[in-house]
Design a protein around this ligand. Structure first.
Ligand SMILES: Cc1cc2nc3c(=O)[nH]c(=O)nc-3n(C[C@H](O)[C@H](O)[C@H](O)COP(=O)(O)O)c2cc1C
Length: 215
């Protein structure tokens, strides 16, 4: 049975482009994958805990030596990593906030990028960072206030969102990223209407592919 993990990170509930596009993705995906399972995580309205001294101590303690307090500190991380590993495909809605990802999504990545679970740190070797996850398709749906932040735009050099997402997913082994971009939300221009319409078509096309599960 195929599993889709759908993550939203917009701080908006109404009038969010990324939320309406991930919803469109889920609907098309459910049709294409009857019997498939959709797991939904909303870090926009339910922000993950930020990394604490207890979390850091626990994350660098060998699994066999974890105390009850360590395990409590890692609970969100363990659940989120298990969920990510069981997903065959991911759709992620991400608004640009101040040139990068929203803090609540960064907090999510801080929970799932974990030594011994999603990457292996081998200090002193020629290859010290080994990704531990198999790759899987990720559709990243972004929305920006000014379309010049998107590829080809005059402010693209200020777009730290896409390189950060590509780097952080790649670090744990996920390299199959497709970006679907909405632009110009703050200008409410024709560019917004065009990019939205194109994104709607693209999202349905991507989500309508039947998921081929690894054997
Ligand atoms: C706190 C905040 C920071 C933002 N920072 C930027 C930015 O740096 N560059 C930009 O082009 N748009 C920026 N925007 C605009 C959003 O990216 C845009 O409204 C987008 O559509 C939000 O996604 P959503 O519609 O899914 O909520 C910002 C919006 C907010 C609320």
């Amino acid at each position: 049975m195929a599993t889709l993990l759908s993550i939203d990170s917009s701080g908006r509930i109404d009038r969010s482009h990324t939320r309406s596009l991930t919803k469109r993705f889920r609907d098309a995906w459910a049709q294409a994958n009857p019997g498939g399972e959709i797991r939904y995580r909303d870090v926009g309205t339910n922000p993950p805990p930020v990394v604490s001294p207890q979390w850091i101590a626990a994350a660098f303690t060998p699994a066999g030596l974890l105390s009850a307090e360590h395990k409590r500190a890692l609970q969100y991380s363990d659940e989120a990593v298990d969920e990510l590993m069981s997903a065959d495909e991911i759709v992620l809605g991400v608004p640009m906030y101040n040139f990068g990802m929203p803090a609540q999504l960064k907090a999510y990545f801080d929970q799932i990028v974990r030594n011994g679970r999603t990457f292996q740190f081998q200090p002193g070797t020629s290859d010290p960072y080994i990704p531990l996850l198999r790759s899987r398709p990720v559709t990243v749906i972004t929305s920006v206030g000014d379309n010049n932040m998107n590829p080809g735009g005059t402010m693209y050099s200020l777009n730290f969102l896409e390189p950060h997402l590509t780097t952080i997913f790649g670090f744990i082994g996920i390299r199959d990223l497709t970006f679907v971009r909405v632009g110009d939300d703050e200008h409410q221009s024709q560019v917004l209407q065009r990019t939205l319409s194109e994104a709607e078509v693209l999202v349905e096309r991507i989500a309508s592919r039947r998921v081929l599960q690894p054997v």
